[in-house]
Design a protein around this ligand. Structure first.
Ligand SMILES: [Zn+2]
Length: 256
């Protein structure tokens, strides 16, 4: 049981997760084993970490993981269960709906997260919210505060982890970015989802709604113009007929 390499260079993953979110196609797919290190070479050089190449079954692209070695045994080399994914899926967002300064900062924040630079990610999140609050004003900031509290309740997030997130977003005493403490992967994941939801609610949702209404208004106007044009065309084609009927009737009445 566990994750290990046998003497025939077969990589076993009993009990370990065999599906991941692919950094190439973004699908949470099953990953089949591609290339593994050589058992004999590993026994000679005894590296503490090794790289394993998997292949995504959705797009067939290679996905690289780094595994820490737990134990060298005569018949098998045992690894720690979870491998570190070298390439993370690129985090995306509907930047078009964000004000330019907010979009620039959040793009960098997501770039940091994708590359596992978690403290840099937190610093860029702070910069993102400062740009957003400048744009939204005091009322908007209060709305964000309510929004963030709602996220904690809806997602039932641990208060300890969430306090860190709330500090990064709202703490007015954070004068410098160096005041932001180091955050762990769980806090970073919570911060990421909180930022996404908050920015979506205050910028993207309204923007999408306005765009959808603009489109509907445009199509309604087009349909109205089309109907008016149709009615006018019908009028111009029927008028001469009516005239000729009237003219013919008058001629007939006059005995012509
Ligand atoms: Zn894929």
């Amino acid at each position: 049981m566990g994750v290990y390499l046998d003497t025939d260079n077969r990589f076993h993953r009993a009990g370990a997760t065999t599906s991941l979110q692919c950094p190439h196609c973004g699908i949470h797919a099953h990953m089949r084993v591609g290339s593994v290190p050589d058992f004999t070479q590993m026994q000679i050089h005894r590296p503490k970490q090794v790289g394993i190449a998997l292949h995504c079954e959705a797009c067939n692209m290679p996905v690289f993981l780094r595994y820490g070695v737990k134990d060298y045994r005569a018949r098998q080399i045992e690894f720690f269960t979870s491998g570190h994914q070298i390439e993370r899926p690129t985090e995306t967002f509907s930047y078009d709906y964000l004000p330019a300064l907010v979009a620039d900062a959040f793009k960098d924040a997501l770039g940091c997260y994708t590359n596992s630079l978690l403290t840099a990610f937190a610093v860029m999140c702070r910069r993102t919210v400062l740009a957003a609050f400048d744009e939204l004003g005091e009322q908007g900031k209060i709305k964000c505060y309510e929004q963030v509290n709602e996220i904690q309740q809806l997602a039932n997030i641990d208060a300890g982890d969430f306090d860190m997130v709330r500090t990064i977003i709202f703490e007015t005493d954070l004068a410098k970015t160096t005041d932001i403490a180091k955050i762990n992967p769980m806090q970073a994941a919570i911060l990421l989802e909180t930022m996404r939801d908050m920015l979506y609610q205050v910028f993207v949702r309204g923007g999408k709604l306005q765009k959808a209404l603009q489109l509907r208004r445009y199509f309604a106007e087009q349909a109205e113009q089309h109907n008016e044009a149709g009615a006018a065309a019908q009028e111009t084609t029927t008028v001469p007929d009516n005239d000729s009927i009237i003219v013919r009737a008058m001629k007939r009445a006059n005995g012509n």
